[in-house]
Design a protein around this ligand. Structure first.
Ligand code: ADP
Ligand code: MG
Length: 836
């Protein structure tokens, strides 16, 4: 089939993957060989055959050395998955490519078509290396084009397509097998905008499965049988645990419909006396609900934060859109709809939560023109070619077009008419017959149905006698507006030598985005020798660089520079993020006139387990200290906010989760990484509490600064400075109790303003002079200094301000270098304005 738009959409999931195709106003999910709409993202290498999907998933416990699942969680890392028997080692993107190939093969099977382009979805919380790995997987699988779209945006699109609602907010709640996303979307005039989103790519259904195993099944297995050291971390039992997990998952799914379900595993493993162990267990819905609670709470907290950041109350959100298999759990739905402990937003789950993302992706794909236009073909005898020029994306309800008809050979088209039809419009719209003149060229306009994201127009060509003629293309598609805005999930910046983050592109920025900032080197770099320059690139929201996630490094090799670079040299750093969130960087050094391109090496930092242990203990200490401090007392909003942050830590059981994950961290890199990420969440919450507890002090500081600023500015300031002072006070107080970093920033601005105005006060110079005369440091020319001090005292007596300023200026160079610098810095505003 000759396509002009991408049309195919793929949900490349942690647990399951799906492919759907846009078909002139409708979407079809393509079934796989097993006749199912979803394909487990599992790869098994049997001898030399690579098998993807359901059959591979069934091997998870039968042949664990040769099968891998959940590799999406490792996308963007350099980890390799070993397949023992064949000796092959595959990277996460190579495994994902196999899943994509299998979906492509399903399309070939069902539609007989080779898919060359597809929109692929990624979690909103995916970081840059993870996205890059996804694009790579698509390339490996043979896709020529594969724009990325976030999963919640796709889900919203699946409902938007069917909905006639307008001007409302929706919250997409996507609880998948391994990732959680919450996205606030807005429907405006038929367009979908993602207003804000948050998420956690270590939260999903598989955590429920493992909780069932660790807390209900495994203890029971151990209690009933003689099995030494029966725990998940013990390699001897890994096959047994994998079996338990699969059974736990199946039982969990069963509990979405039944109150209780039986688990029967025979054999589970062999006991210490080499006897087969059979395991039978009745799993009750009630028991599992208790386990789900902390995960539900985490998800709900993320939703609340997403709303809060957008200044929205849950009541302002019209619909909660449920996505992902676990949202079929009745308890989760109850929790979500609860007014108090949930979100209290009406839920929507009429579109199948397992395939909704692929459906939305296909709808999006239907509006994306292929980059490679189909080559214009000479019309075969008896058929006609139509060259249509029109905007594929439009704001115009009646977009114009031009057309030119051509015929094969010397067949003419005297008396021919063209009619364009929009069958999706209500009522069906027809252009009316347009007569084709002898040169074949004509013009007209289309008619777009409001609320229908993608309009498909059919072209009807008739000859003079009114008989239909073959024409290519037979239909065209036009979409409304900028179909979708896909903002950046996290801010991206660089870590500076002082431990702070310098943000280049802010969260929610529209992509593509690019920013250039000048930095300075902090130490000498010798040509050719030793370390060059390494600037860590991070992703996250914290002003503290090490709280963010390291996603790569901008590197300039010492061997590559033309000559030595002294400390303090300028480096212009450019970070560019494209629509698919791929990041590239440039570092330009003006002094060398050298540019270092694509030096950004994406990598994920792996934490050594010993370091992890230390970090955990440090966090535990901090939590205890902050808990004590927050409990002390106080009605200050700071205390309340700190208590809230600590309440979140407790409610989500963050500390004990970190401890649980740490237990497995020594045996698996994935668990270590998970543990570290959860620890970062904990640290963020602790940072929040710590900042909030500073507020009472910060408030005192603000009061002092503001009072002094007004005193000085009221007396010596110009009108515009008085207005500025009032604005600064307002901004500063508004940030109090909300954002400590903003308060600090405003305080800096307040000192700067005060520093500019204060030197107009003669008292400023008198005070400075007195400070200088009370210094006990040795002066360079004591005799000259003595004369200057005398002259200064006389100037004060005479009220001679210029004289006093001149004395201070001459005194400064007599101080020891360090003291002089310190004085000049502290009175920066003063020295600058001496000349004015
Ligand atoms: P992903 O997006 O990560 O691929 P999916 O949306 O396919 O995830 O969901 C997979 C998860 O959904 C698995 O953890 C699976 O156990 C769970 N799941 C599937 N169906 C149900 C159900 N009916 N009730 C509860 N959980 C379910
Ligand atoms: Mg999913």
């Amino acid at each position: 089939m000759d396509r002009t738009t991408i049309d195919f959409g793929i949900d490349l999931g942690t647990t399951n993957s799906e492919i759907a195709v846009f078909k002139g106003g409708d979407v079809e999910v393509i079934k796989n060989n097993a006749n199912e709409e979803f394909t487990p993202s599992v790869v098994w290498i049997r001898d030399n055959r690579l098998i993807v999907g359901r059959n591979a998933k069934q091997q998870l416990f039968v042949d664990p050395d040769n099968v891998h699942a959940e590799f999406k969680l490792r996308m963007g890392t350099s980890e390799e998955f070993a397949f023992k028997r064949s000796g092959r080692r595959l990277r996460p993107e190579e495994l994902s490519a196999e899943v994509l190939k299998s979906l492509r093969a399903d399309v070939k099977q069902r539609l007989g078509e080779d898919v060359e382009a597809a929109v692929i979805t990624v979690p909103a919380d995916f970081d840059l290396p993870q996205n890059q790995a996804t694009s790579k997987a698509a390339k490996l699988a043979g896709f020529q084009e594969s724009p990325l779209l976030t999963e919640p945006a796709a889900a919203a699109l699946a409902y938007g397509f069917k909905s006639k609602d307008d001007k409302v907010f929706w919250l997409v709640f996507d609880f998948g097998g391994g990732t959680f996303d919450a996205a606030l979307v807005q429907l405006r005039d038929g367009q979908i905008d993602v207003v804000n989103h948050g998420g956690d790519n270590q939260l999903g259904g598989k955590l429920i499965d493992w909780a069932i195993v660790d807390q209900l099944l495994a203890p029971e297995v151990a209690r009933r049988n003689a099995l030494s050291d029966f725990r998940r971390g013990n390699p001897r039992w890994s096959a047994a645990f994998a079996k338990l997990k699969l059974n736990a998952e199946a039982a969990k799914i069963g509990l979405s419909r039944e109150e209780a379900t039986d688990i029967y595993v025979d054999p589970l493993c062999k006991d210490d006396r080499d006897q087969d162990v059979t395991f039978e267990f009745e799993l009750k819905r009630r028991d599992v609900e208790k386990l789900i609670d902390p995960f539900a709470e985490r998800a709900i907290n993320i939703c609340r934060k997403v709303l809060q950041e957008a200044n929205l109350k849950p009541g302002a959100v019209e619909k909660l859109i449920l996505v992902g298999g676990p949202t079929m759990t009745p308890y989760l739905r109850d929790r979500l709809s609860d007014r108090k402990s949930g979100l209290g937003i009406p839920m929507e789950f009429s579109v199948d939560p397992l395939t909704i993302v692929a459906r939305g992706a296909a709808i999006f794909a239907g509006s994306q023109p292929l980059k490679r236009e189909a080559a214009p073909r000479p019309a075969a005898a008896g058929t006609y070619g139509l060259e249509l020029v029109y905007d594929r994306v439009t704001h115009d309800p009646e977009p114009p077009f031009t057309g030119k008809l051509s015929a094969a050979g010397n067949a003419g088209f005297a008396g021919f008419t063209v009619e364009i039809v929009n069958p999706g419009a209500k009522p069906v719209w027809r252009s009316g017959r347009i007569s084709v003149p002898p040169n074949g060229a004509f013009i007209g306009s289309l008619w777009m149905q409001e609320g229908l994201q993608v309009n498909t127009f059919q072209i009807e060509l008739k000859d003079a006698a009114g008989f239909a003629k073959e024409v290519e293309p037979k239909e065209i598609r036009v979409s409304w507006g900028n179909v979708i805005v896909v903002p950046l999930a996290h801010s991206v910046g660089v870590a500076m030598a002082n431990g702070e983050t310098d943000f280049f592109v802010a969260k929610n920025a529209e992509l593509p985005a690019q920013r250039r900032q000048v930095h300075r080197t902090v130490r000498d770099i010798k040509k050719g020798a030793g370390a060059g320059l390494r600037i860590p690139v991070v992703e996250g929201q914290s002003p503290k660089a090490d709280r963010n996630r390291l996603i790569g490094t901008i590197e300039i090799q010492a061997a590559d520079i033309k000559r030595d670079l002294p400390a303090g040299s300028e480096v212009e750093i450019t970070i560019k993020i494209d629509k698919s969130r791929l990041v590239t960087s440039k570092a330009y050094v003006p002094d060398l006139d050298q540019e270092f391109e694509s030096v950004l090496q994406l990598e994920r930092k792996e934490v050594p387990v010993d370091q992890l242990e230390k970090d955990i203990e440090f966090a535990r200490g901090r939590l205890a200290a902050l808990r004590a401090k927050a409990a002390e007392s106080g009605d200050d909003p700071g205390f309340r906010k700190a208590q809230q942050a600590i309440g979140r830590v407790d409610g989500e059981r963050m500390m004990s989760e970190v401890d649980e994950m740490y237990r497995n961290a020594r045996i698996s890199k994935e668990e270590a990484d998970k543990c570290n990420q959860r620890l970062q969440h904990l640290n963020l919450a602790l940072d929040e509490a710590e900042d909030a507890l500073q507020w009472p002090q910060l408030k005192t500081k603000v009061d002092e600064f503001v009072t002094f600023m007004h005193k000085i500015v009221n007396e010596f300031g110009k009108p515009e400075e008085k207005a500025r002072a009032a604005a600064l006070e307002r901004d500063c107080r508004a940030a109090l109790g909300r954002d400590a970093a903003v308060v600090e920033q405003k305080l800096k601005e307040i000192s700067r303003l005060t520093g500019v105005v204060w030197p107009r006060d003669p008292g400023y110079w008198v005070a400075w002079f007195q400070e200088l005369s009370s210094l006990t440091v040795p002066l360079k020319d004591p005799a000259l200094a003595e004369r200057l001090f005398n002259r200064g005292r006389m100037a004060i007596d005479d009220g001679d301000l210029p004289g006093l300023k001149a004395v201070i200026e001459q005194l400064l160079p007599l101080l020891p270098k360090k003291v002089q610098e310190e004085q000049e810095n502290r009175h920066g505003g003063g020295t600058q304005s001496t000349g004015s």
